[in-house]
Design a protein around this ligand. Structure first.
Ligand SMILES: [Zn+2]
Length: 293
């Protein structure tokens, strides 16, 4: 089942026909020059102003022309700075097109290592993920984080612990109190925890708790996937994951096989979190394998 989930993601990343099945793009204005582009792939954050357009993530190669047009419409200019929250093709797939449009790409060093193939990411089919062409590689890399001072805003980019992958960053717009959580937050659906890219089940939970602790009741959170969220929504997601981990861990500790664990349907209480890429069974498998590590 896990294998199916990843091949679906890979297929989406490379098959334009599959994109048509995903929800169409919508843009939300958060005020203060900050916008979010929702649609196919990861949610894109955009900060506009006199110092240049700052963008978080860029979805797929196939969606890049429409997203660049949308950014020019919002900002009156193309992207100048781009931060990748992590290497996945539904967040960094548009890198080459965005670089061509004038964006300088920033990311944690592990994002560059994985996009360039210096470190291989193992897909859920057990095969190494394809390497991206050089124009897609971040040109500025960091280890713990980088701060931007643009458009009268302080924008803090912070590397998180091994969680969704080994190269996840979150981005905080300090004054307007907005956090882009990347794929450390799938709002209302089972998350992808990419064990083949250095992800960690317990690390994922801890990283969510860290973001929760950074937020206050007024913080607006842009999740990697799903609708805009508040701190309370993040808590619901943390509670789901805490319960799901405990339910699967019981089987791991009892020495049950993966097959037996999946057959026991331990995630039944959270079945409403299943979605097209991550079924109850595939998420059970991820948690089992991650907890066994
Ligand atoms: Zn991802």
């Amino acid at each position: 089942m896990r294998r199916l989930a990843l091949s679906a993601l890979v297929a989406i990343a490379f098959a334009p026909s599959a994109l048509a099945q995903l929800p169409s793009a919508k843009t939300v204005d958060l005020g203060g020059g900050i916008h979010v582009i929702f649609g196919q792939g990861g949610n894109i954050g955009v900060s506009t102003g006199p110092d240049g357009v700052f963008v978080i993530d860029d979805q797929y190669p196939g969606t890049a022309p429409a997203n660049l047009a949308k950014i020019r419409e919002i900002a009156g200019a193309g992207p100048r700075y781009l931060v990748n929250t992590h290497w996945h093709g539904d967040h960094a797939g548009g890198n080459a097109a965005f670089a061509e449009a004038g964006a300088m790409i920033f990311a944690h060093e592990n994002v560059r290592k994985r996009l360039s193939g210096q470190v291989k990411s193992i897909g859920l089919n057990g095969q190494p993920a394809p390497t991206s062409p050089e124009p897609a590689w971040p040109v500025v890399t960091f280890t713990s984080g980088v701060d931007f001072h643009l458009n009268d805003e302080t924008i803090l980019v912070s590397k998180m612990r091994m969680s969704h992958t080994d190269g996840d960053s979150i981005i905080r717009f300090v004054e307007p109190n907005i956090i882009h959580a990347g794929d450390i937050f799938f709002n209302g659906i089972f998350p992808v925890i990419d064990l083949g890219s250095g992800g960690s089940v317990k690390g994922y939970l801890a990283a969510m708790e860290e973001i929760w602790a950074m937020a206050d009741d007024k913080t607006r959170i842009i999740p990697g996937h799903g609708d805009m969220a508040a701190k309370a929504d993040l808590r619901k997601q943390i509670d789901m994951l805490t319960g799901a981990i405990a339910a699967v861990e019981k089987h791991v500790k009892a020495g049950d096989s993966l097959q037996k664990t999946v057959a026991a349907k331990p995630l039944k209480p959270w079945s409403k979190y299943a979605w097209s890429f991550i079924s109850e069974d595939s998420f059970t498998t991820t948690l089992y394998n991650g907890l066994k590590q």
